[in-house]
Design a protein around this ligand. Structure first.
Ligand code: FES
Length: 108
């Protein structure tokens, strides 16, 4: 299947490293929460929620990216997911408080 939208959730883990990594925070839990929210709001379509490696903005994580639009959300906590899905996919408005306003290359 070819998807219209990909949601890449960073699940990168850096064990035994002082550097922050999304996967050790709760990257996998975010995927579960996203899938649950999509079911709750009955959002269908060719949308794929998937694990991703490091998205390059670890210090701001946990991070997820929505493509092809190129929207990045940062510091996403499990309790934010429902609101994020509702705002972004139902209301069609980015959730400003978690939105990365600069391109990741400008942040790093
Ligand atoms: S570890 Fe998640 S963005 Fe780098």
């Amino acid at each position: 299947m070819i998807y219209d939208i990909h949601i890449f959730v960073c699940t990168n883990e850096r064990k035994n490293s002082p550097r922050k990594s999304c996967g050790e925070e709760h990257g996998l839990l975010l995927i579960e929460k996203l899938k649950a929210a999509f079911q709750k709001y009955n959002i269908s379509g060719k949308i794929r929620i998937q694990k991703s490696g490091c998205l390059g903005i670890c210090d701001l994580g946990p991070t997820l990216a929505i493509y092809p639009e190129g929207t990045f959300y940062v510091n996403v906590q499990p309790e934010d997911v429902d609101e994020l899905v509702y705002s972004h996919f139902i209301q069609k408005q980015a959730l400003q408080r978690l939105l990365l306003l600069k391109h990741p290359k400008e942040v790093v």
